[in-house]
Design a protein around this ligand. Structure first.
Ligand code: HEC
Ligand code: HEC
Length: 260
């Protein structure tokens, strides 16, 4: 079987670390690393999943491992193929890169840690195992990632435009609260597709589950979080308006609260 080469787009941090180490060592900086995702489930992948992931996600990926019982948010149930953190449009399956990114980055504000004790190859080997839990991956392919346009520079004008979108045009505050504390009037009644209560994200904490870059935030409200009440706002905004909204959301972070 031919392994598929996956470009590691996990985040600028790894590229930056590589680039700065390279500068110190005086070697040419590397821009992207290639890792191999096996095209089918391997023994290695199965064993790694069983040892490190099944205590929470369950032997068959139903999110019902022995540690899951009293946990909230619950470990993901992989059987529906509903993944929150994607570069692909609302309702689509995630790409292998998306899954690799979550395994490596973890999910802040939950028990899902960044799995950096595993090698990149081990992390990649788990991807086919996760996909094998859901028939969705047999019958569908992930749609191509959404196009993230060129970022504009934040300015008073862009922030004011973002605020207008947040407060008037798309009414994000109804769930996330006017100050972004996740305490809007509709916040208390939110449930995910599995019937568990779910809180709209508190932007003031700054610890975004799907990643902290402007690009991550742009992607979250553009693609929506599958399996949750967080909708996709893919059609309502121009690219420039998306950056205005992104910068406004980032401006709601309260630095004194992120240090706690
Ligand atoms: C201690 C419990 C725990 C362990 C162990 C654990 N996870 Fe998770 N995982 C979670 C929780 C909780 C979530 C849901 C977080 C949320 O949605 O807020 C999650 C979510 C995920 C997601 C969902 C991503 C998405 O886009 O929806 C993936 C993929 C994942 N875990 C992979 C793994 C893999 C692979 C391992 C083993 C290397 C692993 N997890 C081990 C608790 C765990
Ligand atoms: C119907 C309620 C609802 C509305 C309206 C809503 N959200 Fe959300 N949003 C949620 C919930 C619930 C979550 C948390 C999902 C989770 O924790 O898995 C969320 C998560 C997010 C995240 C992800 C944060 C992270 O952890 O990575 C971003 C970004 C976001 N919302 C932005 C917005 C923006 C911008 C708007 C308006 C355009 C908006 N939301 C409107 C319910 C809502």
């Amino acid at each position: 079987m031919k392994p598929k080469v996956l470009l590691d787009k996990v985040g600028l941090w790894s590229a930056t670390v590589v680039a700065s180490t390279a500068l110190i060592l005086g070697v040419a900086p590397m821009t992207a690393k290639a890792i191999n995702v096996p095209t089918a489930v391997t023994e290695d992948g199965k064993n790694t999943y069983k040892k490190y992931c099944s205590p929470c996600h369950g032997e068959e990926g139903k999110g019902d491992g022995p540690l899951a019982r009293s946990m909230l948010p619950k470990p993901r149930d992989f059987t529906r193929g509903a993944y929150k953190f994607r570069t692909t449009p609302s309702g689509s399956l995630p790409t292998d890169e998306d899954i690799f990114r979550t395994i490596s980055y973890g999910v802040p504000n939950s028990t899902m840690i960044p799995w950096d004790i595993l090698t990149e190859q081990q992390r990649a080997s788990i991807i086919p195992v996760l996909k094998s839990f859901s028939e969705a991956f047999e019958v569908r392919k992930p749609e191509p990632p959404v196009n993230v346009g060129l970022e504009i520079r934040p300015s008073e004008k862009s922030l004011a435009e973002g605020k207008k979108i947040y407060e008037e045009k798309l009414e994000c505050w109804k769930c996330h609260g006017v100050e972004g504390r996740g305490d809007g009037p509709s916040a208390a009644e939110q449930e995910d597709d599995f019937g568990f209560p779910i809180k709209p994200f508190d932007f003031t904490t700054g610890k975004f589950k799907g990643g902290n870059s402007d690009r991550d935030v742009y992607l979250r409200f553009t693609t929506g979080l599958n399996g949750t009440p967080m909708p996709s706002f893919a059609k309502e905004l121009t690219d420039e308006q998306r950056w205005c909204l992104t910068h406004y959301v980032m401006s709601l972070i309260k630095p004194e609260e992120t240090c706690k």
